[in-house]
Design a protein around this ligand. Structure first.
Ligand SMILES: [Zn+2]
Length: 314
C-alpha cells in the first residue's frame, strides 16, 4: 500500500495517536481508529470520512480513501497531514483558476449550507476560528466566498450564544437574590417561632391580648396567697355577678359565670377572697406562663385573672 519505501504503516495504531494527528484532507481533529484483520489499522475522519494509514513514526500519513471530487493523484504516497492539505489546496486553486481543469477534474460544488453545518460542528468540537477556516478552505469545491459566509454564520451563532449566556447569567443572579431573600425571611420567621409565645400555654385570649399589648404586665408583683384555717363554713356558688362580687370581692362588672363557677378579669390588680370548699387558679407569667392552683379558704392579693371552681378542687 505504501509507495514510499522509507515509511511503513503502523499495523496497530496506539489509541492516543488519534489526538496527535489530524485529517490530512479537512484538518478535522476528530478521528477514530478502524482496526482491520487483514491489514494495518487506519484512522477515519469523523468529519469528512477520509481513511488513512499512519507511518510508524506516528507523523506521516497515507491516504486510503477520500471523499469524491478530491484530486487524488496530488496526495499519493506518504506525507505530513499539513503538507498534504497544502498540496490539495494548490491543486484546487489551480482548478478554480481553470488552468488545469482537465488534469485533476472539477471538484463537485459544495452547498453553502453544508459548509455552515460543518463549520458549526468543527467549532463546537473546540476548533478555533482560524482552524475552522483552514479546514473549510481544504474542502474540495468550497469557494472562498462560501468559506467567508460560513465563518460569518459562526460569528452570528457565537454572538447569539453569548447573548443567551448573558441573559442566563442575569436570570441566575435574580434567582439567587430571590433565594437569599427567602432564606433571610424564613430565618426571621424561624426565630420568631422559636421565641416563647404565650399562645402555647392555653391561656384565655383576654389574657393573651393584655400580655401582648402591655408587656409591663409581666412585671406585675406576684399574686400573694394567704391561706386561712378551714372552719367548715362553706358558701353556696353565687348565681349573679353582684353576688359573686359580694362573696369574692372585686367589682361586679369584672365577674362572669362559667360552667364550673366564676371568672374574674381586671386590668388592675385586686385582692379577692376564695371561700372554703372552692378552688381557684390564676396565671403566673414566668418565662412560660402556667396556671397556679389554690384551694380555699384563702385571700389572694395582686389578682388580675382568677378562675373559681365552686365545686372545690378539680
Ligand atoms: Zn476529514
Amino acid at each position: 500500500m505504501a509507495a514510499d519505501p522509507k515509511f511503513e504503516p503502523q499495523s496497530t495504531i496506539p489509541q492516543d495517536w488519534v489526538f496527535s494527528t489530524s485529517c490530512p484532507v479537512c484538518g478535522c481533529a476528530s478521528l477514530s481508529i478502524k482496526r482491520l484483520v487483514s491489514g494495518p489499522d487506519e484512522l477515519v475522519c469523523e468529519s469528512c470520512g477520509t481513511c488513512f494509514e499512519v507511518a510508524q513514526d506516528g507523523r506521516h500519513v497515507h491516504l486510503v480513501s477520500f471523499p469524491p471530487g478530491l484530486p487524488g493523484e496530488t496526495v499519493k504516497g506518504w506525507s505530513l497531514p499539513d503538507q498534504m492539505r497544502a498540496e490539495m489546496r494548490k491543486s484546487i486553486r489551480r482548478v478554480e483558476d481553470g488552468r488545469v481543469v482537465r488534469s485533476v477534474g472539477l471538484p463537485k460544488p459544495v452547498a453553502t449550507e453544508d459548509l455552515v453545518l460543518r463549520a458549526r460542528k468543527l467549532y463546537s468540537l473546540g476548533n478555533s476560528r482560524e482552524r475552522v477556516r483552514g479546514i473549510l478552505e481544504g474542502i474540495p469545491g468550497a469557494t472562498p466566498t462560501q468559506v467567508e459566509q460560513a465563518l460569518a454564520e459562526i460569528g452570528a451563532h457565537e454572538q447569539g450564544r453569548r447573548a443567551a449566556l448573558f441573559w442566563i447569567a442575569i436570570a441566575l443572579m435574580l434567582i439567587l437574590v430571590v433565594l437569599i431573600g427567602l432564606t433571610v425571611a424564613l430565618g426571621m420567621r424561624q426565630q420568631a417561632l422559636s421565641t416563647p409565645q404565650p399562645q402555647q400555654t392555653g391561656l384565655p385570649s383576654s389574657i393573651l391580648s393584655l400580655v401582648g399589648s402591655n408587656s409591663g404586665l409581666l412585671n406585675l408583683p406576684q399574686v400573694k396567697v394567704t391561706r386561712h384555717e378551714a372552719n367548715g363554713k362553706k358558701s353556696a356558688c353565687p348565681s349573679q355577678p353582684s353576688n359573686a362580687a359580694h362573696l369574692f370581692g372585686g367589682e361586679e362588672g369584672k365577674w362572669s359565670i362559667t360552667a364550673f363557677g366564676w371568672t374574674f378579669f381586671s386590668s388592675k390588680a385586686e385582692t379577692l377572697y376564695l371561700p372554703e370548699g372552692m378552688s381557684g387558679e390564676y396565671p403566673v407569667f414566668k418565662e412560660n406562663p402556667v396556671w397556679e392552683r389554690v384551694a380555699g379558704p384563702a385571700t389572694l392579693e395582686n389578682v388580675i385573672y382568677l378562675n373559681i371552681s365552686c365545686g372545690g378542687p378539680k
